[in-house]
Ligand binder design. Sequence first.
Ligand SMILES: NC(=O)c1ccc[n+]([C@@H]2O[C@H](COP(=O)([O-])OP(=O)(O)OC[C@H]3O[C@@H](n4cnc5c(N)ncnc54)[C@H](OP(=O)(O)O)[C@@H]3O)[C@@H](O)[C@H]2O)c1
Length: 289
Amino acid sequence: MQQRTIGSRKVSAIGLGGMPMSIEGRPDEDRSIRTIHAALDAGVTLIDTADAYHRDAGEVGHNESLIAKALSSWSGSAADVLVATKGGHLRPGDGSWTQNGRPDHLKEAAKASLQRLGGDAIGLYQFHRPDPDVPYAESVGALVELLDEGVIEMAGISNADPAQIREAQDVLGGRLVSVQNQFSPAFRSSRAELDLCAELGIAFLPWSPLGGISRAGDLGSRHDAFAEVAKAHDVSPQRVALAWELALAPTVVPIPGASRPESIEDSVQAADLELTADEVERLSAETLD
Ligand SMILES: NC(=O)c1ccc[n+]([C@@H]2O[C@H](COP(=O)([O-])OP(=O)(O)OC[C@H]3O[C@@H](n4cnc5c(N)ncnc54)[C@H](OP(=O)(O)O)[C@@H]3O)[C@@H](O)[C@H]2O)c1
């Protein structure tokens, strides 16, 4: 598969998002493991997770443990796979998502994530979401300590605006390797962050790149332009969406979620789908309702 760069690592241009396999509506473990194995067999070398990808209270890290299990039971070489996890978001168990960006929490959470994932260090650790109660520089400062202590190999941020990207890059002394923000045909307001990352040479990981778990399936009926380009290439509109995102900048690495092998097997083929400049322009210009 086409390769892209995150910091010092080359990864598949299409990654796998682990969230649908651990939150509400998740499949049984056997199907999840088959989904992760299908991604790995197809050449995926980037898997995105978070300690907060779980359903009930008391199962923090469900998705990290699932990924660790799938990697250890896979027949290929897991050493080539970059697992990107996150900390700073919490799920108390009532369906809500809360924040804790205190440095002490982030440092403890990262160590707990490392325990679940195994290995000597976390490949990529991302600060999940700014905490309004904690100065951003203090939260990002925890990533500096984690890097210096060798708990994490690379540091990233998520749900950040352009000012926060610049601040994080400053606090990290130029060691910020990735930004993960929401971006899809339906949600384009992170375009400024996508463009800034391209300018700074930082990887940009669009989250919910197909519009999110509940809307991804009917992307084509929500976006005529994507459906039409898909028809012209005889591929799925989801594949077109991912190919469009890849075409926006060489620093973009989408992480579509999946809970079925067929979904990720289709998505990875976006890395081989070449859209014309006219098609990319048309998809970028699509007017949203
Ligand atoms: N940083 C953050 O704050 C944040 C927030 C949300 C998500 N994320 C990350 O981003 C990842 C992706 O986002 P997401 O999972 O919310 O939404 P998404 O990737 O937009 O949509 C996921 C859904 O798309 C379906 N799908 C995938 N490929 C498909 C294809 N080729 N054709 C048809 N359907 C397809 C899957 O269906 P099946 O389930 O049927 O396979 C899956 O449930 C997450 O898994 C998570 O790792 C990060």
